[in-house]
Design a protein around this ligand. Structure first.
Ligand code: TIU
Length: 226
């Protein structure tokens, strides 16, 4: 077992039953010229997560933790995209519209894929999800059960949208979630701060929050003891 300082209090996990879940580190959200920037967002707010997430991936892979990536996106015929999600915003920038890196948030397009810096290794599962949460309409729950995972270390973008939705889904399903503050990002600094506070508030209503360096140190210390 390993324990680390977190908010609202110590987070204890067993590396043998813990997985890293990296949410939606896709070009459309993170790269200049992508969907996120097209919507008027500052991708720099998200790009600061790349370096710490790369270090985290290296540490988790070295420790033998399962690493699972997700991507938000839709089938080319949009049959998995409900009208309530599709018919929002400027029609020229909607899901499925031609964007700077292919059709926006469509599976198979360049913008939909994960950024090169954090590319999945062969064998690492990539869960394609049509919603904001990673459990809705995916096989993630079955995958985690098959791996015997009970604790989730969650990173990715954006803090208040897909990370939050996924953590709430996971919390309701009984997973103990640790969100790493420097490895999650929002286009809006105030949502980043409040989003993290909401997770750890009320005694950890959705989970725990710590920095990636704190988690990596606890992970490596626990493995040295075994
Ligand atoms: N992955 C994810 O968070 N999808 C979004 O659409 N996020 C926004 O903040 N828009």
């Amino acid at each position: 077992m390993a324990t680390l300082d977190a908010l609202p209090g110590p987070y204890t996990f067993d590396p043998a039953t813990t997985a890293l879940l990296v949410i939606d580190m896709q070009r459309d959200f993170l790269e200049p010229g992508g969907f996120g920037e097209t919507l008027g967002n500052d991708v720099g707010q998200l790009r600061r997560t790349i370096a710490p997430t790369a270090a985290l991936l290296a540490a988790c892979r070295a420790a033998g933790l399962p690493v699972i990536h997700t991507r938000e996106g839709h089938l080319p015929d949009l049959s998995d995209c409900p009208p309530a999600k599709l018919n929002r915003g400027d029609p020229s920038m909607r899901i499925g519209a031609p964007g700077p890196m292919g059709r926006i948030l469509i599976r198979g397009e360049r913008g939909h894929d994960i950024i090169d810096e954090l590319a999945p290794l062969p064998g690492e599962p990539v869960v394609d999800k049509p919603g904001k949460g990673a459990f809705y309409a995916t096989g993630l729950g079955e995958l985690l059960s098959s791996l015997g995972v009970v604790s989730l270390v969650v990173t990715g973008v954006t803090t208040e949208v897909c990370v939050h939705t996924t953590v709430r889904e996971a919390n309701d399903r009984g997973y103990e979630c640790l969100v790493l503050s420097d490895c999650v990002g929002s286009y809006f600094p105030e949502f980043q701060e409040t989003g993290l506070r909401m997770i750890a508030a009320q005694g950890g209503i959705f989970g725990w929050v710590a920095s990636s360096t704190t988690f990596i140190a606890a992970l490596q210390a626990s493995l040295q003891r075994t």
